[in-house]
Design a protein around this ligand. Sequence first.
Ligand SMILES: CC(C)(COP(=O)(O)OP(=O)(O)OC[C@H]1O[C@@H](n2cnc3c(N)ncnc32)[C@H](O)[C@@H]1OP(=O)(O)O)[C@@H](O)C(=O)NCCC(=O)NCCS
Length: 203
Amino acid sequence: MNRVAQPWGIGGRLVVGANARPVEPQTVAYFSRTPAGCEDRDSPLIGGRGMSVLIRPARAAEAKILSDLALRSKAHWGYDAEFLDACKDELTVDAGEVARRRAMVADRDGHVLGFTTLEGEPPTGTLGMMFVEPQAIGQGIGRLLFERTVAAGRELGFARLTIDADPNAEPFYRAMGATRIGSTPSGSIAGRVLPQLVIAIQS
Ligand SMILES: CC(C)(COP(=O)(O)OP(=O)(O)OC[C@H]1O[C@@H](n2cnc3c(N)ncnc32)[C@H](O)[C@@H]1OP(=O)(O)O)[C@@H](O)C(=O)NCCC(=O)NCCS
């Protein structure tokens, strides 16, 4: 894969907290991986060509889009309907929380391909949610979102971010440089334990 991570465009601003510096969204150009055998190379969800993705603050009006995306994304791992139903509350983003949770989206041609939330106050924050649209998984969108969220956290003065990960996503977070520090109970499923990871983000 040949990916160029050169920001070139600047749009709106993510302003978090009275004393925090604004976090600038960035348009990032890269060449995505295309799933093998994929014919629909021009789909905004699939890509497969040099393209630009805007990493920007989510809008309150997008709360339902984010919640629905999170549920579809979680289903990527093959969980059954009962399990997903139990996760629904935790995967719901309320419009009134979008700014407080510092939600950021990856936007390609007006389509939200994924999002993160960056929660808490420095020095220790939480990567609260991190979901990529199933059709866009494996194309580098997760890395773009993760790196931009880490950069935003650094700009806001966070020293580290903790992550309560879905077990299937742990290898992704390790690939991003996070390390396992323990386990934590699931907020949705009684008795389920999730891997807890941390990434140091201040040099
Ligand atoms: C986890 C998730 C966010 C990763 O996003 P993605 O867009 O698929 O990840 P990327 O394509 O950017 O992959 C980035 C790197 O991580 C690696 N990676 C991704 N998933 C991996 C996995 N399951 N195992 C090992 N490595 C993995 C890739 O090989 C890639 O490495 P490279 O950039 O050095 O080539 C995505 O799979 C997802 O949304 N899953 C469903 C929902 C979920 O579980 N979210 C996390 C909740 S805690």
